[in-house]
Design a protein around this ligand. Structure first.
Ligand SMILES: *Cc1c(COP(=O)(O)O)cnc(C)c1O
Length: 402
């Protein structure tokens, strides 16, 4: 998954271009910057690489989701349908614009179950947010059909799925808007950064202005800009964009290594009777950043997680117990002074959703392990890891059934 594993000469060269000029800000200073515009260049590169009309860079993926929400006009009291399994940032972004996150069950794709989405739609639903978790995708045709039929937005959180595709189109470019994160552990990193992608010119214009105090970026200098929309400071710096530019140009190199190591681990685990795998709607579009698999019971899964740790096989995530990725541990959504931003009726709604039980999601997540794939393993190392993991799993499954 992480581009940081291959940080090198190309990244240093791009950063050095910026250091030579000393202009670390992405706007203005036209003369002094000597033609160096890394953020602009990265936006153009993202449009070209992923096939989208417009890209707005930001300081993080969380800022990207918040900005996308604002640019689509999602606000106070609007409902956004989202999966129980994601990174908590997706929920933070919805709450930050005063909207109400409506969590619904996932299925074995590890993201939105389309039937659960359809059942959760109310007159106040404004958007559906599939989260392409762990490098693979949601059932986008089904979700798009639901959105079209109900005249609501499809906003893709593709923060973990940079370079993934669905039926030939890049994840993050299929909905009304999509977001990437370039934080330090993502497929491509800027150290910190994010992007909003959209094919809608107006959504892009609003996103652009929202990230920079509402500047319309049409004046001859910053002081002459108008501010048709409210905005904040979610800008990316030239230094961060420079790192991202080198990394985006290496995307194919990263994905090739990742997919190669992914298939070695996948093929090793496939030999183990009783292990099943995450359902991937378009297997050819998987980025390969994780192999996510299921064991028959929660108990066996917990035993496997413990045995991997005991054997020193790192990078195996049990999201069900994780504080950041699964709704079960998000008590902080239920309290705190930030709740005061809601009117009483909305507060009740937020609490209602945050307190809901999700037995269907629990039954899936409690049996799921996601094993992260490194870019720097040799073929032998990957094979050895796969064999060790398979041995551990066989022992546990056979042991439990005799
Ligand atoms: C990382 C991540 C984010 C947030 O990105 P940051 O750049 O860390 O703010 C949002 N959603 C998902 C699914 C993520 O994995």
């Amino acid at each position: 998954m992480p581009g940081y594993e291959l940080f090198g000469a190309a990244e240093r060269k791009e950063v050095n271009d910026v250091l030579e000029t000393g202009i670390l800000m992405r706007y203005g200073f036209d003369g002094a910057r000597q033609g160096i515009w890394k953020a602009k260049e990265l936006e153009a590169e993202i449009c070209k690489t992923f096939g989208t009309a417009h890209t707005q860079l930001l300081s993080s993926g969380t800022a990207a989701l918040t900005t996308a929400m604002a640019a689509l006009g999602i606000g106070a009291g609007d409902e956004v349908i989202m999966p129980t399994f994601t990174f908590v940032a997706s929920f933070e972004a919805v709450l930050s614009v005063g909207a109400i996150p409506v969590p619904v069950d996932i299925d074995e794709t590890l993201t939105l179950n389309p039937a659960a989405v359809a059942a959760a739609i109310t007159p106040r639903t404004k958007a559906v947010m599939p989260v392409h978790m762990c490098g693979s995708m949601a059932q986008l045709d089904e979700l798009k059909a639901i959105c079209t039929a109900n005249n609501i937005f499809l906003l893709e959180d593709a923060c973990q799925a940079i370079g993934g595709t669905y039926k030939g189109k890049h994840l993050g470019t299929i909905g009304d808007a999509g977001t990437f994160s370039f934080d330090f552990v993502k497929i491509i990193t800027c150290a910190e950064g994010g992007a909003v992608m959209t094919n809608n010119k107006e959504t892009y214009a609003k996103a652009d202005q929202y990230t920079d105090h509402g500047h319309d970026h049409m004046g001859k200098d910053r002081g002459a800009d108008l501010h048709p929309y409210l905005g904040y400071n979610f800008r990316i710096s030239e230094l961060h964009a420079a790192v991202g530019l080198a990394q985006v140009r290496r995307l194919d190199e990263f994905l090739t290594l990742q997919k190669k190591n992914h298939s070695i681990i996948y093929n090793a685990l496939k030999q183990v009777e009783g292990v099943t795998f995450r359902v991937i709607p378009d297997p050819s579009g998987d980025t390969g950043s994780f192999v996510s698999f299921f064991l028959p019971t929660e108990e066996m899964t917990r035993d496997a997680v413990a045995a991997f740790a005991a054997e020193g096989i790192g990078g195996n995530f049990y999201w069900y117990d994780n504080n950041w990725h699964y709704i079960r541990k998000w008590q902080h959504l239920q309290s705190g002074s930030w709740m005061n931003r809601f009117y009483d009726e909305q507060k009740k709604q937020v609490l209602h959703y945050a307190n809901q039980a999700f037995p269907v999601s629990d039954a899936i997540m409690s049996r799921c392990i996601s094993s992260s794939i490194s870019l720097v393993w040799t073929e032998e190392q990957a094979q050895e890891r796969g064999n060790k993991m398979a041995d551990v799993l066989k022992k546990i499954i056979v042991g439990a059934t005799v």
